[in-house]
Write a protein of this length. Structure first.
Lengths: 312, 485
């Protein structure tokens, strides 16, 4: 899934800063702990986090392409109105601008009260996966922590950090193979990577089940891809887009080469416009299982420890 | 390990596709914004069709390209660039917007075959299963309750049990820290009811996934890496006596009568073996120091074709169907969706003024009728029916997992419930009026259930369920999630 909703929601993200100041002191990881480990679950190439939101139990898709918390209309429209659809007239666009405030959230030990969320109809994802999807969670609610995504061991680690971005207690488990400062727009992280020696900007998107590269990338960049077939992406309603499916053979972060990552080739013009930043691609599932990734919003720092078994 | 496997799978997949399609790598390239395909004139029909499918080219168009024509009409979207003796180069220009992710939707799903995930698809289960524990206390079974005991990770703050039995929920089964052996040992423990069967599980220790260190049975699951595996036994086989025997094994048709059998353990003055067996009828025997013995505690023995006496056991739920009255009837047959409405297979026996039959059935919603001397009738003692007119059948709900309830509508003549569980057939499941309520229990598979009620022909959402999602008619469907039993 490539989350385009995030883009539309970005413009409303000033709310998130405002919200941070409203949060109660018990919000976040349990008091007294410097680290919370959240178990991740897989549904195909998506990462899920179990959650209970105002007595509704289910899963949140961990989607760093979403700037805001997005909740599934199916379970949270009750916050909007009690109207049945017959009396309301469905246009299919419900939820795009709707915003609600939840009372209590327990996201596998990470707790919040009074968090604002956007509503969106996620029933198509649910019906396809057979998994109850309460919504999507990105970095928005996690940005006060150092976030370690260990997709190989299916763990999300949240370290408490001080105002300088330093961990409260040091842990030596993470050995960075590559570090860089990242660009952030409304809780969405963009990193620089190289293909064929050219520096390109990629969005880090755990909700993208495959990597994406812009078809308008330089010719020499696209020449490094193996093209396998064309296929269609299907959207929530009737929208379909044809894309090419291929393999990214020459992606580099510093001196580290990543091979054999499944990638779709498509135009990212509209996406770039919506995100308000020129991007050349998105790093999704194949990238996340190739290493452990550490994100620190205060230092604006991205680190990766590459899983050696994955790379040759 | 998981990564190595994924990597190997990737490599194998690539290797395999290379073997099958040596030219594939060089077929497609992007050039000046165009997708260029190099087609080989020597390809056979299958190879051409494969490329046509992969790059979404009409097969007739593909054939005409290979027939030797030099240009194509603009409308087909493909252009012949070069035509050599051995190769034909064609190209297409994906127009603006065409190869573009649109923001008109909230989300785009990548509709690709490799994405397909069926989390609730039940895997076929082995005929027979036996646990292999490094520590016998790690799992214990009492009736249908399984106790999980984890002796490691004593210093952890929180441990959860997660597995196929709770849809891998990471929060629903917390374990308790127990210190009950009187000598200061502590361990993590939880007991949960589980039906006989095969399950996979892991522990979550302070957020980290761990396999059961005391269970030797493991397997690999997509996305979960290595998981622990257990069988909840369906029966404990016991052979009393044979105190001096050195080795006693169980064998049967479930392991093709292997002489090596499955080893039994000595417990008190008997030999025991807790064993999982799939639903079905099985024959078996014990072998004590080479001597074959039928089960002395089981009266169900039958001779095989060689005159050997074997013990028999049936596993699975049995259900009784009975029909009162009709004392003058000569022959009553049970016929239903469980036996393709066979009219002669299940002849009921006359007993104490009733016609009766006992059959093994899987859990589900089964339709049936009795055939009394050739005349089809519904079950007069069963209020639940489906269909109407000649197709009015009785409904047997075996192991209901949910009861649909609609309050009010007392004046309604018929209330039906329909949903994705019956392909939205509006005429099949009729609710029964009980006081101020309309009710129907149904067996629903675990997972997401979409449904609506139909009150005298009018489709409505469940007024008592706040959870519903949009449908293509703009009228919504009620949503409920059925947990695993």
């Amino acid at each position: 899934m490539i989350n385009i909703a995030a883009a539309a929601l970005l413009f409303l993200s000033s709310i998130s800063d405002q919200r941070a100041s409203e949060r109660s002191s018990t919000d976040g990881i349990p008091p007294g702990s410097d680290l919370l480990v959240i178990p991740l679950k897989n549904a195909g190439r998506l990462f899920m986090i179990e959650a209970e939101i105002d007595n509704e139990k289910g899963n949140l898709i961990f989607d760093t392409g979403a700037g805001e918390l997005v909740l599934n209309t199916t379970y949270f429209r009750k916050y909007l109105s009690k109207n049945a659809p017959e009396s309301r007239g469905i246009t299919g666009s419900v939820g795009k601008t709707a915003s609600i405030r939840t009372e209590n959230m327990n996201i596998s030990g990470l707790r919040f009260s009074g968090v604002q969320a956007k509503l969106s109809d996620l029933s198509h994802i649910e019906n396809r996966r057979g998994v109850k999807v309460l919504g999507l969670i990105g970095f928005g609610l996690l940005r006060n922590y150092e976030v370690v995504i260990d997709a190989v061991n299916n763990e999300l680690l949240l370290y408490r950090i001080n105002s300088k971005g330093e961990r409260a207690s040091e842990s030596n488990l993470f050995r960075s193979d590559h570090t860089q400062k990242f660009v952030e727009i409304n809780n969405i992280v963009f990193v620089s990577g190289q293909v064929d020696g050219k520096v390109l900007r990629f969005c880090l998107d755990t909700g993208a089940e495959t990597n994406v590269i812009d078809r308008y990338s330089p010719k020499t960049v696209l020449e490094t891809f193996t093209i396998e077939r064309s296929t269609s992406l299907s959207g929530a309603s009737s929208a379909r887009a044809d894309v090419l499916v291929g393999t990214m053979n020459d992606f580099r972060l510093g001196n580290n080469q990543f091979r054999n990552m499944q990638t779709i080739i498509t135009s990212l013009n509209t996406m770039s416009e919506a995100y308000g930043i020129e991007m050349d691609g998105m790093l999704g599932y194949d990238f996340f299982i190739s290493g452990t990734i550490c994100i620190n919003f205060i230092k604006k720092q991205f680190d990766i420890q590459i899983n050696r078994k994955e790379q040759r | 390990m998981k990564n190595r496997l994924l990597y190997i799978m990737c490599v194998l997949a690539t290797f395999y596709s290379c073997l099958n399609d040596p030219a594939d790598d060089s077929v497609a390239r992007l050039e000046n914004d165009r997708l260029v395909l190099t087609l080989n004139s020597n390809w056979n029909a299958g190879e051409r069709a494969d490329i046509a499918r992969k790059y979404n080219i009409d097969t007739l168009l593909m054939e005409s390209i290979f027939s030797g024509i030099t240009s194509l009409p603009d409308s087909v979207g493909w252009k012949i660039e070069k035509r050599g003796k051995k190769y034909i180069e064609i190209s297409s220009f994906p127009g603006e917007g065409e190869f573009e992710l649109q923001t008109s939707d909230d989300f785009m799903l990548l509709d690709m075959d490799w994405q397909k995930a069926e989390p609730y698809a039940d895997k076929p289960v082995e005929k027979v299963g036996i646990n292999m524990l490094a520590d016998d206390e790690a799992l214990s079974f009492m009736d249908s309750v399984v106790t999980f005991k984890l002796k490691s990770f004593k210093n952890a703050e929180e441990v959860y049990l997660s597995g196929s039995f709770n849809s891998w929920s990471t929060m629903s089964i917390p374990m308790n820290k127990v210190s009950g052996d009187g000598i200061g040992n502590t361990w993590w423990q939880v007991s949960i009811p589980l039906e006989p069967g095969k399950y996979t599980y892991k522990y979550i220790v302070d957020g980290s996934w761990k396999i059961d260190p005391d269970n030797k049975l493991k397997e690999r699951e997509e996305g979960r890496g290595v998981v622990s595996m257990l069988y909840v036994p369906v029966k404990i086989f016991e052979l009393a006596g044979y105190n001096n025997a050195r080795k006693v094994v169980l064998t049967g048709n479930f392991i093709n009568w292997k002489k090596s059998g499955i080893e039994m353990k000595r417990s008190g003055n008997k030999w025991v073996l807790p064993l999982f067996l799939r639903n079905g009828t099985w024959s078996y025997k014990f072998i004590a120091d080479g001597k074959w013995v039928a089960d002395p505690s089981n009266p169900d023995t039958r001779e095989d074709a060689f005159g050997n006496l074997n013990s028999f056991i049936s596993i699975g739920d049995k259900y009784y169907f009975s029909l009162k009255g009709y004392t003058d009837a000569e022959k009553v047959v049970l016929s239903g969706s469980f036996n393709n409405w066979s009219t002669n297979e299940l002849v009921m026996r006359r007993e104490e003024g009733k016609f009766k039959i006992e059959i093994s059935l899987d859990p589900g919603n089964w339709e049936y009728k009795f055939i009394v001397d050739g005349r089809w009738i519904t079950d007069p003692d069963n209020p639940y029916t489906t269909g109407s007119g000649d197709y009015l059948n009785s409904l047997a709900v075996l192991r209901p997992s949910y009861i649909f309830v609609l309050e009010g509508n007392s004046g309604a003549e018929t209330v039906m419930v329909t949903g994705n569980f019956n392909n939205w057939d509006p005429g099949s499941y009729r609710m029964v009026k009980e006081g101020n309520l309309w009710k129907l229990p149904l067996h629903l598979k675990p997972g997401k259930c979409l449904y609506k009620f139909i009150v005298d022909g009018k489709w409505i959402l469940d007024p008592d369920n706040e959870n519903w999602e949009e449908n293509e008619y703009g009228t919504g469907n009620s949503v409920l999630w059925v947990e695993r039993p």
